[in-house]
Design a protein around this ligand. Structure first.
Ligand SMILES: Nc1ncnc2c1ncn2[C@@H]1O[C@H](COP(=O)(O)OP(=O)(O)O)[C@@H](O)[C@H]1O
Ligand SMILES: [Mg+2]
Length: 252
């Protein structure tokens, strides 16, 4: 089989051909029993993402975007197929190994921020680093750097309820990046924000992806945002299809 890296359309010019993808999804299948019926959500979905790429994941509601992100993030297992993170095939991993890869190498951003309500913005970005054994001092320095970069340097001591929706999502993005993951998975990260805030948070997310060199798979309903990412993957009948979108697609 031809390796995904050899596929010219998938492969950005600035990445050496020998670099393994940060994330490879290979032939993923997942179905759910719904009463008498079986719903086939993923039917052999495959894709590869390389460093520094923001990749949009689009498709109608119910097409399987969240299911795919959960499997890519090792939160759920597929019925068949492989998930390879940084060259490691995680298919046979047990719970402890999956958790370790998730904590070290993957950052998640959800539609609703899921910050810890009792803790400040700073602490929400510090805590995942302490879990990995970083010193409090180093963790706070990293958290301040990230929060400062998204304009929250003056909000470090605010709890989530004292932050606006956009500020909560910015904090959640900083939390996802705190441990220098190689992969970001985001499920409608600006879907709960008003259009202006959504635009600003999206710009910051994109800038952070390109600055840090992570690979990111970002589910979105917004085709204009999708068209501004480096690549677009569309869920179609349980398969991932590389798609070309032009700017302004949603307006037509
Ligand atoms: N745990 C589950 N049990 C049964 N059906 C599910 C489960 N998770 C998702 N589904 C179904 O799978 C389909 C795809 O869902 P989802 O991945 O959430 O789509 P999307 O994120 O694109 O809206 C939907 O029809 C949904 O109802
Ligand atoms: Mg979803």
């Amino acid at each position: 089989m031809q390796s995904p890296a050899a596929h010219p359309m998938n492969h950005p010019a600035h990445v050496p051909a020998a670099a393994p993808p940060v994330l490879a999804l290979e032939g993923l299948r997942r179905s759910f029993r719904q009463g008498e019926r079986t719903l086939h959500v993923l039917n052999g979905a495959s894709a590869a993402l390389w460093r520094g790429q923001a990749v949009a994941l689009v498709g109608p509601s119910g097409s399987g975007k969240s299911t795919l992100l959960h499997i890519a993030g090792l939160l759920e297992t597929p019925d068949a197929g492989r998930v390879v993170v940084d060259g490691r095939d995680c298919t046979g991993f047990g719970d402890n190994e999956r958790t370790r890869v998730r904590r070290r190498d993957i950052g998640f951003v959800y539609q609703f921020h899921q910050l810890l309500p009792e803790f400040t913005a700073l602490e929400n970005v510090v805590i995942p680093q302490l879990i990995l054994g970083r010193s409090r001092r180093a963790a706070e320095a990293r958290a301040k750097e990230l929060l400062g970069a998204v304009g929250l340097g003056g909000r470090l001591d605010h709890r989530p309820a004292e932050l606006s929706g956009g500020e909560q999502q910015r904090t959640a993005i900083c939390r996802a990046l705190a441990n220098n993951p190689s992969l970001i998975l985001a499920d409608e990260p600006t879907g709960n924000l008003d259009p202006d805030t959504s635009e600003l948070v999206f710009q910051e997310l994109l800038a952070l992806i390109h600055d840090t060199g992570v690979a990111a798979l970002i589910a979105t309903h917004n085709l204009d945002l999708a068209a501004r990412m480096d690549r677009v993957l569309r869920m179609e009948n349980g398969l991932l299809v590389e798609t070309a979108l032009t700017r302004g697609a949603a307006a037509r």
